[in-house]
Design a protein around this ligand. Structure first.
Ligand SMILES: [Zn+2]
Ligand SMILES: [Zn+2]
Length: 775
């Protein structure tokens, strides 16, 4: 946190009356910040006022200098601040003393910039939960309870500034009791825009599988009964519809998979609190903290062996995606159903999540047995976020509800507004203006027309919220990415293509306020290179504007192109062929019991003739190949599945590694894993367990990485190292690399922005802005 106290306390007599103007920046609006300042001021006997303005919150405080100093210190300390507030900076300057009648919250300055940030959606707070559970409270069992510390925000706003008339709560007129809370400075609901109660707020209704209204029932109790009976319930969550079923019932979970057309991708499980979470996963303190944070992401943690859960939730995966209820409706539904619930986005695979009632009733027909609807509309889709603690630090892997649209401060302000269009897969986009970058919510894979339409609409909405007309538009170099085509079609004043791995590295630089140069390790599946070839795992010497490609991995041919990603057995052939060429044939049948010799023949010929076999430099493909070989998994049901299984199989106690070579005569240098591949094949054929081989593969890649960084640093000097790319979702690999590098280098990793392609839009924005400055 920046902390500039610009006044000089010694010059003032301690007892004399004084004034301070205190400015606080960060996420301080729409999170109950001013009422907290008000309470602190009243307790400290300070007079004056607090208001929201374009910079955040400004406080003018009056009283004895010594009291004011203590007041500023109290504001600067974290203690007691609203949980969702994030203070990035605080400064105080002396102003003339003024005789104020007391301390008050005043309306935003008339000239205030309307572009103040819209807060993210916040999980239900403890006080609201207590009211919902209190039979004597007027909000007992009310599924739309919220206050300034919690409730929907970003997903219900039509336009800035964030104010009730600009939200989908505008159609609900507050009853006198709610109005009193809303108007009362001392109340927890002072200016809580979505404030509501059973008398005046939104209501639930229940529909059957055919969309017919089920009258005269308590929708929660009835939905709870349906869930207990193994039915699938669609419910309108915060950022869109969700599908829920009993997480302990294999029959229910399998039915959901079948109806949703989802093969083996893990489902997340929702529980109501930490006790429930602890019974399902072995959690570290950091993981518990992440689970309970106001963002309430899905947290990937180690599933307990004795967890009472359906096996079909995450086949062959020792990790469990867990989340704690983030809305009152979730809490009530969990209480009514009595157990953990599978909670997954309300869509068919590859479609956007359903947002309004009619859409859900038609698109989820045949999937859900019951629909829990309500009349508070959702403006912006926002999926659940996903996070994980990796090598001792929390990392956001999918950035959506709870995090969006919280801005990220950048080192060099954007001179002109920038729109960065992101990647093709796991797309997010990014808007840069002034000193901050705002990432939009996770959109998903742009392949489907419906997702693409959602992408365009989400860009329009966020640029409107921020009142930004982008002058610079950034995109990936890949000509076939729909995000690239979208960028080119916008016809902006300046359109800039940013190399994929450079964007990755710039993204992690931006998160840490670095302008470079750094040694950037972008370990990715694939990304379009400046030479038109597919790059993969790269070491770049980079700053915000430019980069040099220092090193890469020896490429592996992808027989059949992207087909090889779903059929990693093809990659095994490529791996083995490359490693053993000229050393006598390796018996393909011993490696592939499943395949007819003709299949192996055909793919073998493709590899040798380099027919439809583009070279891939990505470590992801190496992991796919090793995984397919060692785990006997010829097919993957989703991209990276086999690689992930191999990562998770690695024995933590194994410290051995294999040989590798670093070819420094090549430009860029090449890390050559063929010696390791040969050892892996022989050990595998000799019956060595996959968990040990997997660990040694990880250790080998980490050792090769550390070696190549050291060699590079001899030429560049000891620069900071920045880690980015989807491979850094691999906890084992990240831990080994970080442990190896940290004694010699400062290592920067992602935290609030995904390491995978969901994070590159931020890097694109920063790079494009830096390049535009040179135009
Ligand atoms: Zn609350
Ligand atoms: Zn009311």
């Amino acid at each position: 946190m920046r902390n500039f106290f610009s006044y000089d306390g010694d010059r003032e007599a301690e007892a004399s009356m004084a004034g301070r103007r205190i400015r606080m920046q960060g996420t301080v609006q729409g999170v109950g910040f001013r009422p907290w300042v008000y309470r602190v001021a009243r307790a400290a006997h300070v007079t004056g006022r607090v208001r929201n303005d374009s910079a955040g919150v400004t406080i003018e405080a009056f009283g004895p200098a010594v009291v004011l100093n203590a007041f500023v210190e109290r504001l600067a300390r974290d203690a007691g601040r609203p949980a969702a507030a994030v203070v990035d900076g605080i400064d105080a300057e002396p102003i003339a003393f003024e005789q104020a009648p007391g301390f008050s919250i005043v309306p935003s300055a008339a000239a205030a910039d309307p572009r103040v940030s819209i807060p993210p959606d916040l999980a239900t707070c403890g006080e609201c939960l207590a009211e919902m559970e209190d039979a004597a409270d007027r909000r007992h069992g009310y599924p739309f309870t919220n206050c300034t510390n919690c409730g929907p925000r970003f997903t219900i706003v039509h336009s800035a500034p964030y104010d009730r008339p600009a939200t989908t709560m505008a159609s609900f007129t507050m009853c006198p009791a709610c109005r009193r809370e809303y108007d009362s400075v001392a109340d927890r609901r002072f200016h809580a825009q979505p404030n509501a109660c059973p008398a005046c707020g939104p209501r639930l209704e229940l529909r059957d599988a055919d969309g017919r209204r089920i009258p005269d029932v308590d929708p929660i109790a009835e939905a709870g009964r349906a869930l207990r009976a193994g039915l699938i319930v669609a419910l309108k969550g915060i950022g869109g519809f969700q599908l829920a079923c009993d997480a302990t019932s294999d029959a229910a979970v399998c039915r959901l998979r079948e109806r949703k057309h989802r093969d083996e991708k893990p489902f997340a499980v929702m529980v109501s609190g930490l006790d429930g979470a602890r019974s399902l996963a072995s959690l570290t303190e950091q993981e518990e903290h992440l689970l309970m944070s106001p963002e309430r992401p899905i947290v990937l943690a180690a599933r307990r062996d004795d967890a009472d859960l359906a096996l079909a939730i995450a086949p062959r995966n020792p990790l469990l995606g867990l989340l704690i209820a983030n809305s009152p409706l979730h809490h009530l539904l969990l209480a009514a159903s009595g157990g953990p619930l599978v909670m997954t986005s309300g869509n068919l695979s590859d479609e956007p999540i359903c947002r309004d009632n009619d859409e859900a009733l038609s698109r989820l027909r045949g999937v859900a047995d019951r629909f829990v609807l309500h009349d508070r509309d959702i403006v912006t889709r926002c999926d659940d976020s996903v996070a994980r603690v990796i090598a001792g630090k929390p990392v956001v892997l999918r950035r959506a509800r709870g995090y969006v649209p919280r801005p990220i401060g950048v080192a060099i302000p954007f001179e002109r507004p920038v729109l960065a269009c992101g990647a093709q897969l796991k797309n997010t986009f990014c808007v840069g203006r002034g000193s901050e970058a705002v990432l939009g919510p996770h959109i998903g894979d742009l392949d489907s027309a419906a997702v693409y339409r959602d992408y365009e609409a989400a860009i329009d909405r966020l640029t409107q919220f921020l009142d930004v007309r982008p002058e610079i538009v950034a995109h990936d170099l890949h000509p076939d990415y729909l995000s690239t085509r979208y960028a080119l079609a916008r016809g902006a004043a300046v359109t800039i293509g940013v190399q994929h791995h450079h964007a990755h590295v710039a993204s992690v630089m931006a998160e840490h306020g670095l302008s470079g140069p750094v040694l950037g390790l972008a370990y990715d599946g694939t990304g379009y290179g400046t030479d038109g070839a597919a790059w993969g795992s790269e070491l770049l010497l980079a700053d915000a504007a430019a980069f040099t490609r220092l090193a890469t991995f020896r490429p592996l041919p992808l027989p059949g192109g992207d087909t090889a990603i779903r059929q990693p057995w093809r990659l095994v052939l490529a791996l083995v062929d490359d490693a053993f060429r000229g050393e006598g044939p390796i018996d393909g049948f011993r490696l592939f019991r499943h395949f007819a010799p003709t299949d192996i023949d055909v793919v073998g010929r493709m590899i040798r003739q380099r027919f439809n076999s583009p070279p891939a430099h990505g470590l992801g493909r190496y992991f796919d190949a090793f995984g397919a070989l060692l785990l006997d998994r010829p097919f993957a049901s989703y991209e990276g599945q086999v690689a992930l299984e191999l990562n998770l199989a690695a024995d933590p106690a194994e410290h051995g590694r294999y040989e590798f070579e670093l070819d420094q005569t090549a430009r860029p240098w090449q890390v050559d894993l063929r010696p390791a591949v040969r050892s892996v094949v022989f050990e595998h054929l000799g019956g060595e367990p996959a968990c040990r081989i997997s660990a040694r593969i990880h250790n080998t890649i980490a050792a090769a990485t550390i070696e190549v960084v050291r060699v590079a640093a001899r030429e560049t000097g000891r620069l900071p190292v920045a880690l980015s790319g989807g491979c850094f979702q691999n906890a084992r690999l990240t831990e080994s690399i970080v442990r190896g590098l940290e004694p010699e280098f400062t290592v920067h990793r992602h935290a609030r922005v995904p390491p995978g392609d969901g994070g590159i839009a931020l890097g694109q924005a920063v790079v494009a802005a830096a390049q535009a400055r040179r135009l």
